[in-house]
Ligand binder design. Structure first.
Ligand SMILES: Nc1nc2c(ncn2[C@@H]2O[C@H](COP(=O)(O)OP(=O)(O)OP(=O)(O)O)[C@@H](O)[C@H]2O)c(=O)[nH]1
Ligand SMILES: [Mg+2]
Length: 730
C-alpha cells in the first residue's frame, strides 16, 4: 500500500472546506440562483445561552456550486517523489544563501501539491501563474468578511476560482507576508524570513527558488554568518498563510452612512420615526491569527518555535450619554464594528488588541435583539455602561503548541470570530410626569407655564410633533421632569394622528397630567375618549395615577361648561383642576398636586426595587463567554436523509473548526484527533453513517469514507504526533 493510502486510513473523511467556497466568486448570490441545483441545507438549530439574542456568522455551507468543491482525498505522510526543494534568500543585492528543505513542494502552474499529510490536485491555473495568483488571493483574503466587497467579487469570478484553490493549498501567503517583511526590514535589516513559494523576489529582500518545506522544518539551518550587518543576530522564520493587514480593517466603516432604505412608515416623517427608535448593527472584533515562526539566532541553530499569539478583538460597549436626548444620531450611524486584533508575529510577539467601540445612547434606551425581539438591556442612568459583545480571542501561535515531543510544531490557530448582532433601540423618555390630552388642548402651553421649556405653541392641532421635556422646580431640591407629548386622537392606538408614536413614552412616566380643552364642544366626551385611547394602547397606562386639568378657563365657553364637567368627574371619584395655562392661573396647584402623587409613586417603586436587586448589565457578554466555554464533546447530530447530510452542531466543536487554520499541515491531524476524541466519529458510525454521506461541522464539509474506519480509531489515538494539543478555551 502506498504511503498516501496508509495515512488516509487514519481519517475517515475526505475534506473540502466551506471556507474556500466563501472566497469564491461563484458563491455569490447571483450565481446561487442559476444553473446548479442547490442542495437545501436545513439550518441546524444552535444552542444559544443568550436566548437567541446573539447571532454568530455562519456560512451558507451547501449553497455553493459543486464545481467549486475542493477535495483532498489522499493523505500521504510524506511524498518521496517530491525531493528536496530549496529556496534562495537574497540578502541585500549580491549576497545569496541557499537553504534546503524536504517535503512540501508546489507547482507554479498546476499539478499535484502536497502539504504535510495532504496530497491535492490543483488544476488549470491558466494565466494565473505563480506570484500573480498569490497576490490575487491575498487581496481577496483581506476582504474575507467584508459584506461590501461582495459586489466587486462577483465581477471577478474567474480569477477567484483560482484563488479559492490556492487558498487551501498554499503554505504561506505572498503579499501580506511581504508587507510584514518590508516593515521589519526598514529598520532592522533581516530579522524575519517569510516563506513564500510564489514569490519571485524582484526588488525585494528574499527570493525562493522553489516551494516551502513545511514538513521538515526541524532540520532548518539558516546560518547567519553572512549577515555582518545584522545587529541583533536574530532571525525569525515566519509562516504566515493568512496575514491580512489589520490597519485597513480597523474601524474603516465605523459610523458608516446608513444605506439600507428606511422602511417607510406611512405618513410619519423620518425625523419622528427615528426620534425614538433605531436599528443598528454591532460587531465585536475578530481575534488576530497566531503564526508559525521559528527563532533564528547566531550560534543558536535550532532556536525553536517563536510564533506569537494574535491579539484579542475589540469589545462593543453600550453607554448612556446624559447629553443625548434622542436616537436621531443613529439615522446616519448604523454600523458599529470593533477593531480586529492584530496578528501574532515572530519572536513570540503577540498581536495588539483590537480597538473597542462604544455605542452611546440617551438615558431611557431599551436595547433589543432584532432577531427574536428579545429585550437585552434597559439603560436608564447617565454613565451606565454595558459590555454587549466581547471580542474574539486571538489565535495561538506555534510557540504555544510546543511540547516535549514536538519541539517544532507547525501549527497555529486563527483568531476567533467576534460575535455580531442587529439591535433595535427604543427610547422611552425618562420623565416623571407626562402631559397627555387631545390635540390643541393646551399641553405645550401648560409645560411652558410651569417650566423654563419653550415648546412651540400654536392654535392648530399637532403643533407638537416630538415630545418636549421641561424641568419643574418647586423648591431648591424638589424638582421633577415633565414631558409634553403630542396630542391624542380617537383611534390613536390604531395609528391615527401622531400620539400613538409617542404613547410608549408615557409608559415610563410615573404620573400623568391629563389636559382637557374646556373650550371644546363636549369636554367630558373628549376626556373619556382620550382615557379610552390610553387604555387601548396599554392597560398599564390607565392604572397610572393621574390628574385631570380643565384648561382655558379664561374663555367664557370653557367656564360655562366647567360645572357640568366637574360634576361628572366627581361622580367618577375624580377631583379635576381648572386652570388657564395661558394666564398661568391655577397652574401651581397642578404642579404641587402632581409632585405629591409623584413622591408617593417613587416611594412605592423604591420598596419594590429592594426585591429586584442590582442588575447585571453585562449579562449578554457573559452568555457569549459561557457559550465559548462549551465543551467539545457536547454536540448534537442532525441527519437529513434527502441530502445525505449529517450536521454536527455544538458550540465547542464549531468554535474549534472556526479557529483551525487549515493551511497548516498539522491542523488536519489535530482536527482528526478532535473528532475522534470527542466522539463524533463514534456517534456517526452508531447512527449509521454511510460511505459518501456528507458530514458538516461548522465551516467544514467532509465526505465520509467507510473503509478506513475499521482500524481508524486505534491508529488515530495512537498517533505519535504530539503536536495535537487540546484547545484551552477561555
Ligand atoms: N385662551 C386660552 N388659550 C389657550 C390656553 N392654553 C392654550 N391656549 C391656546 O390653545 C392653542 C393650542 O395650545 P398648545 O399649547 O399648542 O396646545 P397643545 O395641546 O400643545 O396642542 P398640540 O401640540 O397640537 O397637541 C394655542 O393657540 C394656545 O394659545 C388658555 O389657557 N387659554
Ligand atoms: Mg403642543
Amino acid at each position: 500500500m502506498a504511503p498516501a493510502v496508509a495515512a488516509a486510513a487514519a481519517f475517515p473523511f475526505r475534506l473540502f472546506s466551506a471556507e474556500a467556497r466563501r472566497n469564491t466568486k461563484n458563491s455569490s448570490r447571483s450565481k446561487r440562483n442559476t444553473s446548479k441545483p442547490i442542495k437545501p441545507s436545513p439550518p441546524p438549530p444552535r444552542s444559544s445561552s443568550s436566548g437567541g439574542a446573539t447571532t454568530f456568522t455562519r456560512l451558507p455551507l451547501r449553497d455553493a456550486p459543486a464545481s467549486l468543491e475542493v477535495t483532498l482525498d489522499r493523505f500521504p505522510t510524506a511524498n518521496p517523489e517530491m525531493g528536496s526543494p530549496s529556496f534562495t534568500r537574497r540578502n541585500g543585492v549580491e549576497e545569496e544563501e541557499e537553504v534546503e528543505f524536504g517535503g512540501l513542494r508546489d507547482s507554479p502552474v498546476g499539478g499535484d501539491l502536497s502539504i504535510g499529510q495532504f496530497d491535492a490536485r490543483v488544476s488549470n491555473l491558466g494565466g494565473m501563474k505563480g506570484r500573480g495568483a498569490s497576490r490575487q488571493m491575498v487581496e481577496h483574503l483581506e476582504d474575507d468578511d467584508d459584506e461590501e466587497e461582495e459586489e466587486e467579487e462577483e465581477e471577478e469570478e474567474e480569477e477567484e476560482q483560482v484563488v479559492s484553490r490556492l487558498e487551501i493549498f498554499e503554505g504561506s501567503k505572498g503579499r501580506e507576508a511581504r508587507e510584514f517583511l518590508s516593515v521589519e526590514d526598514d529598520d532592522n535589516d533581516d530579522d524575519v524570513i517569510v516563506f513564500d513559494p510564489e514569490y519571485d523576489g524582484d526588488g525585494e529582500e528574499f527570493e525562493f527558488s522553489d516551494g516551502i518545506a513545511v514538513s521538515d522544518l526541524e532540520e532548518l539551518h539558516l546560518d547567519d554568518d553572512d549577515d555582518d550587518d545584522d545587529e541583533d543576530n536574530e532571525e525569525d522564520v515566519l509562516f504566515h498563510p493568512n496575514h491580512s493587514s489589520s490597519d485597513e480593517e480597523k474601524n474603516d466603516d465605523f459610523f458608516e452612512e446608513e444605506e439600507e432604505s428606511d422602511a417607510k412608515e406611512k405618513g410619519v416623517p423620518a425625523v419622528m420615526r427615528c426620534f425614538d427608535t433605531a436599528k443598528i448593527y454591532a460587531k465585536a472584533g475578530d481575534g488576530g491569527n497566531g503564526v508559525v515562526a521559528f527563532r533564528r539566532e547566531k550560534y543558536v541553530p535550532l532556536g525553536g518555535p517563536s510564533g506569537g499569539d494574535g491579539g484579542r478583538g475589540g469589545n462593543v460597549f453600550v453607554e448612556v450619554d446624559g447629553d443625548m436626548n434622542s436616537l436621531l444620531p443613529f439615522r446616519k450611524s448604523v454600523h458599529f464594528r470593533a477593531g480586529r486584533g492584530a496578528h501574532g508575529m515572530g519572536r513570540q510577539q503577540a498581536g495588539a488588541r483590537g480597538d473597542d467601540v462604544v455605542v452611546k445612547v440617551p438615558p431611557g434606551t431599551v436595547v433589543r435583539s432584532s432577531a427574536g425581539d428579545v429585550e437585552l438591556l434597559e439603560l436608564m442612568k447617565p454613565g451606565q455602561r454595558a459590555l454587549l459583545l466581547p471580542g474574539g480571542r486571538g489565535g495561538r501561535g506555534n510557540a504555544a503548541f510546543k511540547s516535549g515531543t514536538n519541539k517544532a510544531p507547525r501549527i497555529a490557530e486563527k483568531g476567533e470570530k467576534g460575535p455580531e448582532i442587529w439591535l433595535d433601540l427604543e427610547l422611552k423618555l425618562v420623565a416623571d410626569v407626562g402631559i397627555v390630552g387631545a390635540p390643541n388642548a393646551g399641553k405645550s402651553t401648560l409645560l411652558s407655564a410651569i417650566s423654563a421649556a419653550k415648546p412651540t405653541i400654536a392654535n392648530y392641532p399637532f403643533t407638537t410633533l416630538l415630545p418636549n421635556l421641561g424641568v419643574v422646580s418647586l423648591d431648591f431640591d424638589a424638582t421633577m421632569v415633565v414631558a409634553d407629548l403630542p396630542g391624542l386622537l380617537e383611534g390613536a392606538h390604531r395609528g391615527y394622528g401622531l400620539g400613538h408614536e409617542f404613547l410608549r413614552h408615557s409608559e415610563r412616566c410615573s404620573v400623568l397630567i391629563h389636559v382637557v380643552d374646556g373650550s371644546g364642544e363636549q369636554p367630558e366626551y373628549e376626556f373619556e375618549a382620550v382615557r379610552l385611547e390610553l387604555e387601548l394602547f396599554s392597560p398599564s397606562l390607565v392604572d397610572k395615577p393621574y390628574i385631570v386639568v380643565y384648561n382655558k378657563m379664561d374663555l367664557p365657553e370653557a367656564s360655562e361648561r366647567w360645572n357640568k364637567f366637574e360634576k361628572k368627574l366627581h361622580a367618577e371619584g375624580i377631583e379635576p383642576y381648572c386652570i388657564s395655562a395661558m394666564n398661568r392661573q391655577g397652574t401651581q396647584d397642578v404642579v404641587h398636586a402632581a409632585y405629591k402623587v409623584l413622591q408617593k409613586e417613587k416611594q412605592k417603586m423604591k420598596d419594590n426595587e429592594e426585591w429586584i436587586g442590582p442588575e447585571n448589565l453585562n449579562h449578554v457578554a457573559d452568555a457569549i463567554k459561557r457559550e465559548r466555554k462549551a465543551p467539545m464533546n457536547e454536540f448534537e447530530i442532525f441527519h437529513d436523509k434527502g441530502t445525505k447530510t449529517w450536521n454536527v452542531v455544538g458550540a465547542g466543536i464549531e468554535r474549534f473548526v472556526q479557529m483551525t487554520n487549515w493551511q497548516y499541515s498539522e491542523s488536519l491531524k489535530r482536527f482528526q484527533h478532535a473528532l475522534e476524541a470527542c466522539g463524533v466519529n463514534k456517534t456517526l458510525i452508531k447512527r449509521g453513517v454511510k460511505e459518501g454521506d456528507t458530514v458538516v461541522v461548522g465551516e467544514m464539509e467532509m465526505v465520509w469514507t467507510d473503509e478506513p474506519n475499521k482500524n481508524s480509531s486505534s491508529k488515530t489515538m495512537n498517533s505519535k504526533d504530539d503536536s495535537v494539543r487540546w484547545p484551552e478555551f477561555g
